[in-house]
Write a protein that binds this ligand. Structure first.
Ligand code: SER
Length: 318
C-alpha cells in the first residue's frame, strides 16, 4: 500500500491517531510529521518521523514523494485562542499550509483528511441543533481559516478530483497529550487538576455549553470517514460530528461522582469566553450518521470514567 502521512503529529489528535493508524496499517506504512524535532520519547518512537513546517511547500512535496504517500491526515494547525493571539501566523499555517498540502495532493493523487471544527460557526449560526449547512460567519481567525479550509477542500475535489474528506470536530478530550491554545482545553485540564489538586479554576463560565468528543471516538470518526466507499458520500469536507454537549458545571458534577472532594471555581478569560460564546451549544450530526454510519461510543459518563482511569495510570508513571 501507499503510505499514510500525518501532519501535526505531536498535537492532541496526531498523538492518538498515529498509534491507531500504525496498528491498523502497520508501522512501516505511517509517516509522522510535526513542526517539532523528533520527540525524544513517546508514541512516535517507533517508525518514521519528519520535522515539517507545512508552510514550506517544497518540504511537503519532498516528504510525500520520498515516502510514496497516498493518504494525508493534515492536522497541523493553530488552535483558536492561539490563533487569536497571532492571526497572521494562524492564516499562514492553517490556510497556506493546507493549500500546500492540497497542491501536492493534486499532483501526486493523494487522499486528504482535513479536520474542520465547531469554530467554523459564528454568533449568527443557530446555536442549538446547528445544521451542517447553515449560516457560517465566524468571528475568530481560527473560524475564518476553518471555513476557508472547508471551501478549499471542496474546490480541490470539484475541480481536480482530489479525494478530500473532513469533519467538524467539537472539543476533543484526551489523555495522550494536552491541547495547547484551544478554547475547549478546560475539558482536558480539569481532569489533571481533579486528580492532582482536587480543585480546578475554569477559564470559561459555568454555563458555557459546547460540543465535546472523547479521543477514541474522534480517531474512529477520522479513520471511518476516510475508509467509507466514496459513493456513499453526498457531502465531503464539513461533516458535523459530536458525542456529547456539556457545560463546565455539568462536567465538574460528573467528576465529583468519582472524586467527591473535587471542587471547581471560575475565573473567566474574556478572550476565550468570547470565542466560546460564538460557537454552537450542540451540532446536528445526522448527515454523518446517515451517510457513513457515524455513531459515538462514549457519553459524558463513560468518558469521565475512562479519562480518570487512564490519566491516573499515566500520572502514576510520571
Ligand atoms: N478545540 C478547538 C479549540 O478550542 C476547537 O476546535 O480551539
Amino acid at each position: 500500500m501507499k503510505r499514510i502521512l500525518v501532519t501535526g503529529a505531536t498535537g492532541q489528535i496526531g498523538t492518538a491517531l498515529i498509534p491507531a493508524l500504525k496498528q491498523k496499517y502497520g508501522s512501516s506504512n505511517v509517516v509522522a510529521a510535526g513542526h517539532k524535532k523528533k520527540p525524544e520519547s513517546g508514541l512516535q518512537d517507533k517508525g518514521y518521523y519528519e520535522t515539517l513546517d507545512v508552510r514550506n511547500r517544497n518540504a511537503v512535496k519532498r516528504i510525500i514523494k520520498e515516502y510514496e504517500i497516498g493518504t494525508i491526515y493534515h492536522l497541523a494547525s493553530l488552535l483558536s485562542a492561539k490563533a487569536e493571539a497571532d492571526p497572521q501566523l494562524a492564516w499562514d499555517v492553517n490556510v497556506n499550509g493546507l493549500h500546500n498540502v492540497l497542491e501536492v495532493a493534486r499532483n501526486r493523487e493523494c487522499k486528504v483528511f482535513h479536520p474542520s471544527s465547531i469554530g467554523a460557526f459564528g454568533p449568527t449560526s443557530p446555536r442549538d441543533n446547528t445544521p451542517q449547512t447553515t449560516i457560517q460567519r465566524p468571528t475568530t481567525m481560527y473560524g475564518v481559516a476553518k471555513v476557508t479550509g472547508e471551501l478549499l477542500c471542496d474546490y480541490y475535489f470539484q475541480h481536480y478530483g482530489v479525494d478530500t474528506r473532513g469533519v467538524r470536530f467539537p472539543g476533543i478530550i484526551s489523555h495522550e497529550s494536552v491541547p495547547v491554545g484551544g478554547t475547549t482545553d478546560y475539558a482536558v485540564e480539569i481532569f489533571y487538576a481533579a486528580l492532582q489538586e482536587k480543585k480546578y479554576t475554569c477559564f470559561l463560565n459555568q454555563e458555557t455549553r459546547l460540543d465535546m468528543m472523547y479521543i477514541p471516538d474522534a480517531i474512529r470518526a477520522a479513520i471511518e470517514l476516510m475508509e467509507v466507499e466514496e459513493e456513499k458520500l453526498v457531502d465531503r469536507n464539513a461533516f458535523n460530528v459530536t458525542s456529547m454537549s456539556f457545560s463546565p458545571t455539568e462536567l465538574a458534577n460528573e467528576i465529583k461522582k468519582q472524586i467527591p472532594e473535587f471542587s471547581i471555581t471560575y475565573e473567566v478569560d474574556p478572550v476565550r469566553q468570547a470565542i466560546a460564546d460564538s460557537w454552537p451549544n450542540r451540532m446536528d450530526d445526522s448527515a454523518a450518521r446517515q451517510q457513513w454510519g457515524w455513531q459515538p461510543r462514549y457519553d459524558m459518563d463513560s468518558m469521565v470514567q475512562d479519562m480518570l482511569e487512564k490519566l491516573s495510570v499515566k500520572l502514576q508513571e510520571v
